[in-house]
Design a protein around this ligand. Structure first.
Ligand code: ARG
Ligand code: ZN
Length: 475
């Protein structure tokens, strides 16, 4: 240590000590209050789950096991009436907890059947139950609400959530749109089962996740009942509404397919949707069994949206998808939907994998080899957007859907494949999907699993491709 440095340190210490003296009085008061009040910090559920990119997403202190959503949407006035019943369990003592809900008016809120106090604070719906919930307690929250849902604008400028269309609504929630249409613990760390009961004017179809339990028309209104029993993150829920042509069938593997297509997109969509069973079979051979009982597609005409989303069991497309997009969104059923993120920073585990599935599909269906796709990307200049930030550390919510996450994320997987060989590589993908099925996975766990399955040390490879700034050099 240089003398200069030591002097600076001493100066800092002095300043700190002086501040400590000044702070003594308030600290003592706070300590007294903490000791006296049972309602002190530690019994309120936090306003977020601690995601650095979306700090208010999700809520601490409880886990939602099941959502029962009853919705009525008037496509003409764009008015939504909703009741959400959340079956939850407290993970700590709770005198207060939050839900995520943006916009809409809450008219009634009960906890275990008793009305509870609530207030709105931005996207937080702050609930104070009449009696504190104890750690481990099962409880039920019922929220009655209505209004005109409005999409939020994501940090990357995309609309997100309940997005009105000329004949209904395109409903997609990644990363933060779920809160625009139902109150939730809305972070991918949290997965739950869902029941939907959606009423729309006769002639419109409401499509959600999972299997269709039934539909009934009375007095000019049709109610659709959907059920998703497999765990699902809130951002993957949909309730897309429109005038749709519906096609239903069961695949050879017993998967129930439900396709809903805007008639204006039907001609363009037909040849691609026809391939869905063979795409799912191909993906099942590569990644292991399809994780759900239901599958399908929602092909809407939503010109303002600009993206598709891997809504669980049934991706939603803003227009007729091309085959690559169909492959991509269905690959997410394994990577992103079944195996979920614990933090948005790990988004390459979703987008890198789904993009690499597109490369593999091309390679095995008469198109470019994955190596050729890699080489073309690698040939771009170091100043290209592709190298703007590393996929394993995009830096902010504005970057999670950028080219480095998709393309360089897929390049990282291709490097892995070259390093371990095809046999080990596909074993890794299948083990990843199987071991984390219905749950979560982190990048660190993926690296560990890759090393275990291949018997190779891979930290250098992942450091280079996932975490190092700028275009990696060739080995
Ligand atoms: N996960 C979607 C995909 O399949 C992209 C979602 C983009 N969302 C957004 N708000 N920009 O790649
Ligand atoms: Zn994707």
């Amino acid at each position: 240590m240089t003398p200069l440095r030591r002097q600076a340190d001493r100066r800092r210490t002095t300043v700190l000590r002086r501040e400590a003296v000044l702070a003594t009085v308030p600290v003592a008061v706070a300590a007294l209050l903490a000791a006296a009040g049972p309602a002190a910090a530690g019994t309120t559920g936090s306003s977020g789950v601690g995601d650095p990119y979306f700090p208010l997403q999700g809520n601490g202190g409880y886990h939602v096991r099941h959502y029962g959503l009853t919705l009525r949407y008037d496509t003409a006035s764009r008015h939504l009436d909703g009741t959400a019943v959340l079956s939850a369990r407290a993970t700590q003592k709770l005198t207060r907890f939050d839900l995520d809900l943006k916009g809409l008016k809450v008219t009634r809120l009960t906890v275990d059947g008793t009305t509870a106090d609530f207030r709105r604070d931005g996207q937080e719906l702050v609930v104070t139950p009449r009696r504190a919930l104890h750690e481990g307690q099962d409880f039920c929250v019922e929220v009655t609400y209505h209004g005109t849902p409005k999409p939020v604008t994501d940090p990357d400028g995309s609309p997100d959530g309940w997005i009105p269309t000329d004949d209904g609504a395109f409903v997609a929630g990644e990363p933060q749109g779920a809160m625009t249409w139902f109150p939730a613990n809305s972070h991918p760390k949290e997965k739950s089962s869902y029941d939907f009961r959606i009423t729309v004017p006769q002639g419109r179809t409401a499509v959600a996740n999972g299997v269709l339990l039934g539909q009934r028309t009375a007095h000019g209104q049709t109610t659709y009942r959907w059920r998703q029993t497999a765990p699902m993150a809130a951002y993957l829920a949909t309730a897309t509404i429109g005038k749709f042509k519906v096609e239903r069938y069961t695949t050879r593997d017993g998967i129930q397919v439900y396709n809903a297509v805007d008639p204006r997109e039907a001609n363009a969509a037909a040849p691609v949707l026809k391939k869905l069973p063979s795409v799912l079979e191909w993906e099942s051979r590569l990644f292991g069994p399809y994780p759900y009982r239901a599958a399908g597609s929602i092909v809407d005409r939503a010109p303002d949206v600009g993206f598709a989303l891997e809504t669980q069991t049934r991706p939603v497309y803003d227009s007729a998808p091309d085959l690559s997009t169909l492959v991509h969104e269905n690959a997410h059923q394994w990577f992103g939907d079944s195996v979920s993120l614990t933090t948005w920073k790990d988004i390459w585990l979703n987008e890198g994998f789904a993009t690499y599935a597109e490369w593999l599909y091309q390679e095995q269906h008469g198109g470019d080899s994955a190596q050729k796709t890699f080489d073309k990307l690698y040939a771009t200049r170091a100043s290209d957007d592709l190298w703007a930030y590393p996929p394993g550390n995009p830096g902010s919510g504005a970057n999670i859907f950028g080219t480095p996450v998709y393309a360089r994320g897929a390049m990282a997987l291709h490097e892995l494949r070259k390093a371990v060989g095809d046999q080990a590589f596909f074993r890794i993908l299948r083990a990843w999907a199987a071991e984390h099925r219905g749950g979560h996975g982190t990048t660190a766990q993926f690296v560990q699993l890759s090393e275990r399955e291949s018997g190779k040390q891979l930290d250098g490879l992942f450091r280079t491709w996932l975490y190092t700034q700028g275009k990696p050099g060739t080995a």
